[in-house]
Ligand binder design. Structure first.
Ligand code: MF3
Ligand code: CO
Length: 257
């Protein structure tokens, strides 16, 4: 799980360095697929229920599951880049949202609050806690900052399948659902809208967009529940790979979330 998720993080870090005005999300997708395959891994999303690409690239009001296209990114856009891989039978899954060129103050606040919500949720992934503590932490932080949490999509267990039990909603009361145990590996992925929470799916059958057209952000990490605390597996190998998450590590303002 460290190897698969370290690969995901390495590729996401490279893609973030390339994002800019004029770049197309198809170019990002082509590069991502080449990097994944040359590492001996397989893109996990491509072919999953017929999904056509290696990445999900969700621009501006797109929340998740945007399909890479030939439309160039432009200054001020937000793009969520979500990557899943299978390496030696184990899945990696992580996502970041990045600004293209210079973004508005409110867009940058949306990114920060979503990243912080993920960090706070990860910090709850401790032995003895419950699954609903994770979503409660997201909802509390997001709503305290005047944004809204998407209800239709959830985080998930991950291992030898992309999506395993339990589902991890990004909202709810704490103290419910399965107990967190050592060895559980979870993909936590808050989706946060600047406006209202409602989303709809476009005619392509995949792209989820905000109903009110407001901007949306999405960050995802795959983490392991361990005796010492949560370990973020989707950290770049180039940065030393997985570490036990301390508040300083998970909350730091690094672009990888
Ligand atoms: N990170 C997302 C998820 O866990 C992306 C899935 S895209 C799909 O659901 F194409 F695989 F569905
Ligand atoms: Co996921």
């Amino acid at each position: 799980m460290r190897a698969a998720n370290g690969l995901v993080a390495d590729v996401l870090a490279e893609l973030q360095g390339i994002v800019g005005p004029g770049v197309t999300t198809r170019e990002l997708d082509t590069l991502a697929e080449a990097r994944v395959r040359s590492a001996g891994a397989i893109p996990a999303f491509k072919g999953y229920h017929g999904y056509p690409a290696t990445l999900c690239t969700s621009v501006n009001d797109a929340v998740v599951h945007g399909i890479p296209s030939d439309t160039p990114l432009k200054d001020g856009d937000l793009v969520s880049i979500d990557l899943g891989v299978v390496l030696d039978g184990y899945y990696g899954d992580s996502a970041v949202t990045v600004g293209v060129g210079s973004i508005s103050g409110s867009a940058s606040t949306l990114l920060r609050v979503t990243r912080e919500a993920l960090a706070r949720s990860i910090a709850c992934a401790r032995i003895g806690g419950r699954v609903s503590d994770l979503g409660h932490a997201v909802q509390q932080h997001v709503e305290a900052n005047g944004f809204s949490v998407v209800r239709e999509f959830v985080g998930h267990g991950i291992g030898t399948n992309l999506h395993e039990e339990p589902q991890i909603p990004n909202y709810g009361e704490p103290g419910h659902g399965p107990r967190l145990r050592a060895g559980m590996v979870l993909a936590i992925e808050p989706m946060v809208n600047m406006g209202r929470a409602a989303v709809r799916v476009l005619e392509d059958g995949w792209t989820a967009v905000t109903e009110d057209g407001s901007l949306s952000a999405h960050f995802e990490h795959t983490i392991a529940v361990q005796a010492d605390g949560p370990v973020v597996l989707s950290r770049p190998n180039g940065e030393g790979g997985a570490e036990v998450a301390s508040p300083g590590i998970v909350a730091r303002s690094g672009a990888e979330g």
